[in-house]
Design a protein around this ligand. Structure first.
Ligand SMILES: [Zn+2]
Ligand SMILES: [Zn+2]
Length: 642
């Protein structure tokens, strides 16, 4: 009984402390804007790569408030997913000016509230972060490199994101060859101290620190472009001089193609406000997924596989997208995306424009720069059409809604079953098509005088080159309605109905009508060897095919087949030993075919009436006998490309 009372007292005292700190912080936040800047020094220590633990120390001087909150973001701009980077923080400690320990408590999972009443004006915190993901959002520290994306490792101090800070890299592993530091801040690879204007810039500038990286440069329009390549299959490990020179030739061609992309995109848009831009490429054979992540004056592009003709081609295409983000999203940005609230979701209906239109301009600039020919460009646009048209979700979800709900599926961890396969669309995909349709419609309505290029340029002037709306950076963000206004102003024509039907709405895109303006048409066919279909996506298992999704209205759904069913046999023939399409080859569309299905460990027979072969071959082709007007418009769009 006494013990219990003592315990209750101890608990009460803990809560008194927490409560006191909680009320102190209210004062901190409410007076945040009036606070004088802190003197901030961030120290990065990378000493034990095999532990994957990055050590961070933050010194904050001139602390006048009774408590300060250290916060680690829940997400990182560019990837619209709540990752809760705080889950990898360990060993948090806080000290005052003379190294005395000071109290701290966590009011929530990503905030460390430090009692600054007896800190002597300086708070120093120290913590470690576990980092072992090579990815544009997370960080990785191992014996090959440190690839650091700031939001996942650096805390900010609430109310002080706008304060200038200094970053120093204090410890590097003692490995050969010596590690080089490469980032959008660096002027030389041995530079270890950096002055950074704000926390936003700190985390918008990834660091790649490694021994095996190559670094090349080119100049374009009085700006320097640095190309860092970390290729996991090193020349030394391949052990052949011939192979090394083949790689050198590949890197040289790669750099040359990047230069063409940069030239083309810089020719289209106003010159950006940086002196140096840094491409950081990884070619890594042992990762499951690649990535591309845009930043203010740098980008991370991560490819699955070693440096090769194929991976280099894909890397150039990804770079064309990421580099266009220099303008679209990093500078010209939706109002919700800068300044950022790093603690929670930042919603915007405009990712179809920020991401999808960026994809469209990547394609167009790959064509304009001569890296793609006309056939490749039209094939990519036709692929985008197919990718939308095979999505059942296109009738349910608009481009704006897809953008708004990005937080559900932009590489977000899924802890429950979802119907995304049938109920969502991609804002990249629909946005790229909306970019093309807006471009063609503007060209048509202005007799080829104006295009979507003019809309991008005018938005950039109007919003990014406007007086700064706050401490975040130059310019101000746009709202979704500003996009319609900009299109209307450029085209001198009202696009309200276009936005209502295709951007806010889910009406089918007017393929035939719009492509005909340029003497083009969309062709949709089944593959020549296509067999009747049942309308499922499925995955091969030991005993048969596991259904992953069922096409609404298709043969499988009509017959009562369900997701997770295991298709074992068709007409007594195993589906584990031969593909479903081969098994269905012998039947005509409309045939009723018996399947042996296992559901919740019980087997049953279900008859399925087969659908005709699925039409998934899309192409955009020239119409014979196009008129002069159609040809003029087409040439204005595609230039002289063949
Ligand atoms: Zn690396
Ligand atoms: Zn993007």
């Amino acid at each position: 009984m006494h013990q219990a009372i003592a315990l209750r007292r101890a608990i009460t005292r803990f809560w008194v402390l927490s409560f006191a700190l909680a009320s102190l912080a209210v004062a901190t936040s409410s007076s945040a804007t009036a606070q004088t800047p802190l003197e901030l020094n961030y120290h990065l220590r990378l000493s034990r790569p095999a532990t994957h633990l990055v050590e961070i120390e933050i010194h904050a001087a001139h602390v006048a408030s009774p408590a300060i909150d250290f916060v680690l973001p829940a997400w990182s701009p560019g990837r619209y997913a709540i990752y809760d980077f705080a889950k990898n923080v360990q060993e948090f400690q806080a000290q005052g000016a003379s190294g005395q320990p000071v109290e701290w408590a966590q009011p929530d999972k990503q905030t460390w509230r430090v009692d600054a009443r007896n800190c002597g004006g300086t708070v120093q915190v120290h913590y470690r972060v576990f980092a072992n993901d090579l990815n544009g959002s997370f960080s990785q520290f191992d014996t090959t490199h440190a690839n650091l994306n700031g939001a996942s490792i650096y805390m900010y101090i609430d109310g002080h994101k706008q304060d200038p800070l200094a970053l120093s890299v204090d410890d590097l592993p003692d490995l050969k060859p010596a590690w080089k530091i490469i980032s959008g801040f660096s002027t030389a690879t041995d530079q270890k101290s950096f002055s950074i204007p704000s926390y936003d810039r700190l985390i918008d500038t990834p660091l790649e620190i490694c021994g095996e990286c190559s670094l090349n440069e080119f100049r374009e329009r009085d700006k320097t472009f640095r190309v860092a390549i970390h290729n996991y299959t090193s020349e030394a490990s391949e052990g052949s001089a011939g192979r090394a020179s083949a790689n050198a030739a590949l890197v040289s061609r790669f750099t040359n193609e990047l230069k063409k992309v940069v030239q083309s995109e810089m020719a289209m848009m106003p010159l950006p406000d940086f002196d140096t831009y840094t491409f950081i490429f990884h070619f890594a054979p042992d990762i499951s997924a690649g990535d591309g992540m845009e930043h203010l004056n740098s980008t991370q592009v991560i490819m699955v596989g070693s440096l090769s003709e194929n991976t280099v081609r894909d890397a150039v295409e990804t770079a064309a997208h990421e580099f266009f983000h220099v303008w679209n999203v990093k500078r010209l940005r939706p109002a919700a995306l800068g300044p950022f609230d790093y603690t929670r979701e930042n919603y915007t209906p405009s990712l179809w424009f920020a991401e999808g239109v960026t994809s469209y301009y990547a394609y167009l600039n790959l064509l304009r720069s001569g890296i793609w020919n006309l056939r490749e460009f039209l094939r990519h646009m036709a692929d985008e059409v197919r990718n939308l048209e095979i999505e059942p979700g296109r009738a349910l979800m608009s481009a704006e809604s897809s953008s708004f709900h990005a937080w559900f599926y932009d590489r977000a961890p899924q802890m429950q079953e979802t119907n995304f396969a049938n109920a969502t669309i991609s804002y990249y995909n629909k946005g790229a098509l909306l970019g093309m349709f807006l471009d063609l419609e503007i060209r048509s309505r202005t007799g080829g005088e104006k295009s979507l290029d003019d809309v991008l340029q005018s938005l950039y002037h109007k919003f990014y080159e406007a007086p700064a709306a706050g401490t975040y950076g130059p310019g101000r963000g746009y709202e979704e309605k500003d996009l319609l206004d900009a299109v209307n102003a450029v085209a001198g024509s009202d696009f309200t109905s276009f936005f209502e039907r295709y951007v806010r709405g889910t009406e089918p895109l007017p393929y035939a009508q719009t492509l005909a303006l340029l003497g083009l048409e969309l062709k949709v066919r089944a593959a020549p060897d296509a067999t009747p279909s049942i309308g499922v996506s499925a995955q091969l298992e030991d005993r048969g095919l596991r259904i992953l999704s069922v096409l609404p209205g298709g043969a499988a759904e009509r017959a009562g087949l369900s997701r997770d069913d295991l298709l074992i046999n068709v007409d007594e023939l195993s589906l584990a030993t031969e593909p479903l399409s081969d098994r269905l080859k012998m039947y005509p569309p409309g045939a009723e075919v018996p399947f042996t299905v296992e559901r919740h460990l019980k087997q049953e027979r279900i008859n399925v009436t087969l659908d005709p072969p699925f039409k998934d071959q899309y192409s955009i082709e020239e119409i014979a006998g196009a008129t002069a007007d159609q040809k003029n418009l087409r040439n204005g769009w595609l230039g002289s490309a063949k």
